[in-house]
Design a protein around this ligand. Structure first.
Ligand code: COA
Length: 299
């Protein structure tokens, strides 16, 4: 009998699941690394803690979307060892996949297929969205599940600060803004982020355009990266992205750029960043959001 069980994550799986995730993505990033890319670094203790906090949040909001593959009696203490994970969430009529992986030592045995089946069952007939790697096993699973794979671009480099324009009309945002932000999300990607907004605001700065005719918002992380950006109009999206670029120090990154979001390419080029390709934005039952830069964890 197969000793790998697929089941909902428990709180006491989180440390083992984090280790499985760190090992899986360290190897996947090494394989995907291109000549000239920086060396892949193992996940830091801080990032490991953030991963566990994020999983705990998903577990609190929508536990049935959080699945693990557990090798029974895999550890010396007799407890199961997490060898794979698929973490997804339902928000209204939208389902998203936050993370998905199987330990390299356990890949190619059908575990990923079983995990994906479990979380897609949780999705039901909802629309779906997530940011996908180029792993052939992953992309095969996604297409077979009816997702369209849209190539994504990313922009990297150091902002030429002489190009920064004066940006007006933006304010610091807060929890009072979440109601209209959710309505904007619904227009752009079927459903509001709901509780995800509170989670993002806990760790990143929120900048908003409260202009009722042209609303928009961006979460800007400590490195000055726009980690989620949504706007009703490309001109507002561009101002929000310039605000993020102005906050960057050293090399920066703008990612999850799909073809309908060329407004972001135009800003990045003006700031003298370089374009590269990176994975796919996978969607089903919905068009590509624009003007919009997805967040890989909260989509
Ligand atoms: C993607 C991943 C989760 C798949 O898990 P897995 O347990 O290896 O997958 P399975 O064995 O269930 O195989 C899934 C499907 O992909 C195919 N496949 C698996 N590895 C493959 C490979 N290297 N090349 C081509 N096809 C592959 C399998 O044949 C299977 O398809 P089928 O059932 O139609 O025959 C796993 O490979 C992984 O963790 N990769 C690195 C991290 C990553 O990229 N995660 C996705 C982030 S979006």
């Amino acid at each position: 009998m197969d000793s790998v069980q697929i089941r909902q994550i428990h709180e006491n799986d989180l440390v083992s699941a984090e280790r499985a995730s760190a090992v899986t993505f360290f190897e996947a990033d090494q394989i995907a690394r291109r000549v000239g890319d920086p060396e892949v670094e193992p996940r830091s203790a801080t990032a490991a803690g953030q991963w566990i906090d994020r999983m705990r949040f998903y577990l609190t909001i929508d536990p049935a979307g959080c699945q693990v593959a557990v090798q029974e009696a895999g550890r010396a203490d007799g407890a199961g060892e997490v060898v794979g994970f698929a973490v997804s969430q339902n928000r209204g009529r939208l389902w998203y996949l936050a993370t998905y992986g199987v330990l390299p030592s356990h890949q190619g045995r059908g575990i990923g297929k079983r995990l994906m089946a479990a979380v897609l069952d949780h999705a039901g007939d909802r629309a779906g969205i997530f940011s996908s790697s180029t792993h052939p096993g992953a992309t095969r699973r996604y297409r077979l599940a009816g997702f369209t794979l849209h190539p994504q671009m990313r922009m990297v480099g150091t902002v030429d600060r002489s190009t920064l324009p004066a940006v007006d009309g933006l304010r610091e945002g807060g929890a009072d803004d979440f109601a209209w932000m959710d309505r904007l999300d619904q227009d752009l990607r079927i459903a509001g982020h709901g509780p995800d907004h509170g989670q993002l605001l806990g760790s990143t700065r929120l900048v908003v355009s409260r202009n009722a005719a042209k609303p928009g918002y961006a979460y800007i992380d400590g490195h000055g990266r726009a980690s989620l950006l949504a706007a009703a109009h490309p001109e507002v999206a561009q101002r929000l992205l310039w605000e993020a670029l102005a906050a960057s120090r050293g090399r920066t990154l703008v990612n999850c750029i799909t073809a309908p979001n060329e407004w972001a390419i135009d800003v990045g080029l003006a700031a003298r960043l370089d374009i590269a390709q990176e994975g796919y934005l996978a969607v089903r039952g919905m068009p590509l959001p624009a003007p919009y830069l997805a967040n890989g964890h909260f989509l």
